[in-house]
Write a protein that binds this ligand. Sequence first.
Ligand code: NAD
Ligand code: 89Y
Length: 342
Amino acid sequence: MRELRGALIGCGFFARNQMHAWAGIPGVSIVALCDRDAARLDDMGESFAVAARFTDAAAMLREVRPDFVDIATTAPSHRALVELAASLAIPAICQKPFAPTMDDARAMVEACERAGVPLMVHENFRWQSPIRAVRRCLASGEIGAPFFGRVSFRSAYDVYAGQPYLAEGERFIVEDLGIHALDIARFLFGDVTRITARTRRVNPRIRGEDVATMLLDHEAGFASVVDCSYATRLETERFPQTLIEIDGSEGTIRLDEGYRLTVTGPDGTRHEDVSPPLLPWASRPWHNIQESVALIQAHWAQALRAGTEPDTSGRDNLKTLALVEAAYLSAAAGSSLDPREV
Ligand code: NAD
Ligand code: 89Y
């Protein structure tokens, strides 16, 4: 097995999960770190015993020449960093949201394709084991042909405490969280021909929208609803669970609160606990997301070694990002539109 030497850019809130996950993947080591904030850089370097530390990404990549770079910064820096990696022929992982605009995202995909460099977006929610259990069940044909889907994420969890920038942007929930739910809808039900979205802000202390309700028409010929909210106070806080409903010609699938999977088919109903494992470094309630980080990163290592395209490649993610963009356009105009036209 080829040893892979990685470098990470962005030592902030979420990157810690990525570092823990790399440490658990055989044959992969993170050999250098970069953050323009020296205190954050040192903190991460000390936690994971990485001595090679840089405050400048270009200097790090030129000096270290890693086998890949893991870009864990927020969206405004993504294009410059991905293009930097492409210019040095270094395969890159880029956190979601892939880019602030479709033009940036397309330019990033083109830069990597021109350089012959693999590019994966860290779109990890579809790697959550409960979501994969739903997909396996759907693919088995047990519930027949789907005619309705719902992907739902409703919570009042204080995400602003760990990620204060989420309260400050003009855009919030569709770009930050809805992006994952939209990607799950693509993963389960296929690509989308039309989207209708309505958004609103409930929490007066934030700038962007914290509620979105979206209707998707899928190429497969049926519709799904994707709804998300960070203004939904429930008896039991569900963060960060995505709930799923699928109705098919022969039965139904439900992924309910507490990771309870219920499948009703021609032969009756079965229940399964599809709770994600609590990895040694993980903590509740984030363990669901944390496991998906470990799984997507293992997938990247495997794809890089095999020379295959990762599932959530930059090119694939253009379709998820187009849904985000189309959702904002739809909500602003009160209309519906074809995401392939944005
Ligand atoms: P953060 O602000 O805590 O950390 C980002 C770090 O990147 C900061 O320390 C900053 O100094 C550094 N940085 C920015 N530009 C840089 C540059 N050009 N060179 C070097 N360092 C630079 O952000 P975060 O909360 O960790 O989020 C990072 C990304 O992860 C966001 O895009 C967010 O949406 C995403 N995220 C993903 C998930 C998921 O499940 N996939 C969960 C949470 C956050
Ligand atoms: O940034 C978001 C993400 O990607 O998953 C959950 C989150 O941390 C807050 O909405």
